[in-house]
Design a protein around this ligand. Structure first.
Ligand SMILES: NC(=O)c1ccc[n+]([C@@H]2O[C@H](COP(=O)([O-])OP(=O)(O)OC[C@H]3O[C@@H](n4cnc5c(N)ncnc54)[C@H](OP(=O)(O)O)[C@@H]3O)[C@@H](O)[C@H]2O)c1
Length: 278
């Protein structure tokens, strides 16, 4: 086949490929989608809710404190985002069930879960961490992420598919000193993503993960507030600044959109270029 004939046949194939035919400019739109984002009244969760909402999704925001929920709902409404809010401590079974039921009652279904909640009650030498610390960290950061997924999957399946995004961390690739148990919990989310993806692909549900680097939020203030620690981090960054929550929110929205229709079981690192490998 000469070059011109080959090109014609490739373009002919693209024209007749049903997937490429379905593509249009609105594939990043999330209009009509219902999205639960956990721990979404501040930081990365709030930015994810904003990014999903700006693309047309009805977002359900939650966190432990009602005052924080009220503030986030008011902010999102002021940005013309359709939003429902409730309290939910993801570590509590009754709260997880309430969040899902309220979403079904008030929004009529579930298409997207962003599992963003995490705790870190321990700083120090990993050898000083106790069973209580490990139980708390693994239960909130990993087990609850799985149990939330298990709760929403039947409802996504009813709607013909959906998207789950876990929020891991650069620490999941390279454990941070003084944050040993937290880092291990974030590595577990990389495994959870891969374990769930083939299972849920059968139900047309994609499962992906984002691993942020150092992002400017309350959670990271102990790091970002220290010039010495940040100088050390910057040595490993190509983009020599702290990230903004919106820079994670946009990637999460991308993963939930049709733009990412062939991506599952993947973790996208968003670290300003910090090298990440297991
Ligand atoms: N910031 C970073 O540099 C960075 C880097 C890598 C990964 N991450 C990950 O990003 C995620 C979000 O962190 P962030 O930095 O955005 O934190 P953040 O700005 O401090 O926000 C934390 C949010 O979580 C809520 N929350 C805390 N515990 C909760 C629980 N048990 N159940 C439900 N909601 C809870 C808080 O509200 P209430 O107090 O009202 O509950 C708040 O809305 C975490 O998974 C974290 O590990 C962050």
């Amino acid at each position: 086949m000469n070059g011109r004939v080959m090109l014609r046949s490739v373009f002919g194939c693209l024209r007749t490929n049903p997937v490429s035919c379905q593509r249009n400019m609105s594939q990043s739109s999330l209009a009509g989608k219902i999205a639960i984002v956990t721990a979404s009244t501040d930081g990365i969760g709030l930015a994810a809710a904003q990014a999903l909402g700006k693309r047309g999704a009805h977002v359900v925001v939650s966190s432990r404190r009602q005052a924080n929920v009220d503030k986030a709902v008011a902010l999102l409404q002021s940005q013309s985002i359709t939003v429902t809010g409730t309290t939910c401590n993801v570590g509590k079974e009754e709260d997880r069930e309430k969040l899902v039921q309220l979403t079904l009652d008030q929004c009529g279904g579930i298409d997207i879960l962003v599992s963003n909640a995490a705790v870190n009650p321990f700083f120090g030498n990993i050898m000083d961490s106790t069973e209580g610390v490990w139980d708390k960290i693994l239960s909130v950061n990993v087990t609850s992420a799985f149990l939330m997924t298990k709760l929403v999957v039947p409802h996504m399946t009813k709607r013909g598919g959906g998207n789950v995004v876990f929020v891991s961390s650069v620490a999941g690739y390279q454990p941070m000193q003084a944050l040993g148990p937290y880092s291990v919990s974030k590595t577990a989310l990389l495994g959870l993503t891969r374990a769930l993806a083939p299972e849920l692909a059968q139900s047309n549900i994609r499962v992906n993960c984002v691993a942020p680097g150092v992002i400017k939020t309350k959670f990271s203030s102990a790091l970002t507030g220290s010039e010495d620690i940040m100088d050390e981090f910057k040595k490993h960054m190509s983009i020599k600044r702290v990230g903004e929550p919106e820079e994670i929110g946009g990637v999460i929205a991308f993963l939930c959109s049709e733009d990412a229709s062939y991506i599952t079981g993947e973790t996208i690192t968003v670290t300003g270029g910090i090298g990440c490998r297991l």
